[in-house]
Write a protein that binds this ligand. Structure first.
Ligand SMILES: N[C@@H](CCC(=O)N[C@@H](CS)C(=O)NCC(=O)O)C(=O)O
Length: 211
């Protein structure tokens, strides 16, 4: 398998954690999202993913999967151990809900394309963009914090999809200096996860394309 990734991409970071938890080897191709206007817009990558985003996972038969949550559920279905979702349907719904709060509601508001749009088209300065960024992360984390059941991971003693989404979003928040002192559960779950090799090896700073 080949993962199209970028060290700082939190959606690619989710996928790297899942591949590591499953113990699956993969090749990696870095798609630089900012240099030269962003390699995601080049025709060669557009042919891989018409949405022009990472991650994309090329399977051994040449098929390409996009969207981190779809890729992670594919990996979980094809390599069931260790499971990334609980067996109980209610528990599964809670885990998926937390993953979606992050992946569908928080992350899209602080992604590269909308931030560039605020800057280049709407002419906001960097201070205003940082305020926007911190606002949406904080509002999102206010929802995430009471939903967590640290034990020590997001929903108990086993890591899963919620942890996979949470850790990269915390990385993003720290990168933009968003205060986390009001979110002790989030900070504790993040710290517990990062002690695991699968999470540690997936960290942006541990990627071959890290800058
Ligand atoms: N919902 C998608 C989000 C993918 C996404 O937006 N990736 C970002 C990096 S985290 C990207 O490639 N952005 C490029 C751009 O916005 O031009 C997923 O979960 O895979």
């Amino acid at each position: 398998m080949k993962l199209y990734s970028y060290f700082r991409s939190s959606a690619a970071y989710r996928t790297r954690i899942a591949l590591n938890l499953k113990g699956l080897p993969y090749a990696m191709e870095s798609i630089h999202l900012t240099k030269g206007g962003g390699r995601q817009h080049a025709p060669e990558f557009r042919a891989v993913n018409p949405q022009r985003r990472v991650p994309a996972l090329a399977l051994d038969d040449g098929d390409v999967l996009i969207q981190s949550l779809a890729i992670i559920e594919y990996l979980d279905e094809t390599h069931p151990e260790p499971p990334l979702l609980p067996a109980d349907p209610v528990a599964r719904a809670h885990v998926r809900a937390l993953a979606q709060v992050i992946a569908c509601d928080i992350h899209p508001l602080n992604n590269v394309t909308p931030l560039f749009y605020l800057k280049n088209e709407l002419k906001h300065d960097q201070d205003a963009i940082n305020l926007w960024y911190a606002h949406w992360v904080t509002v999102g984390f206010e929802a995430v914090e009471p939903l967590l059941k640290p034990g020590p991971y997001a929903f108990g003693a086993a890591v899963g999809l919620a942890d996979i989404c949470l850790v990269p979003q915390v990385y993003n928040a720290r990168r933009f200096n968003v205060p986390l002192d009001r979110f002790p559960n989030i900070v504790a779950v993040d710290a517990a996860c990062l002690k695991l090799p699968a999470f540690d090896q997936a960290r942006p700073e541990n990627q071959p394309d890290a800058e």
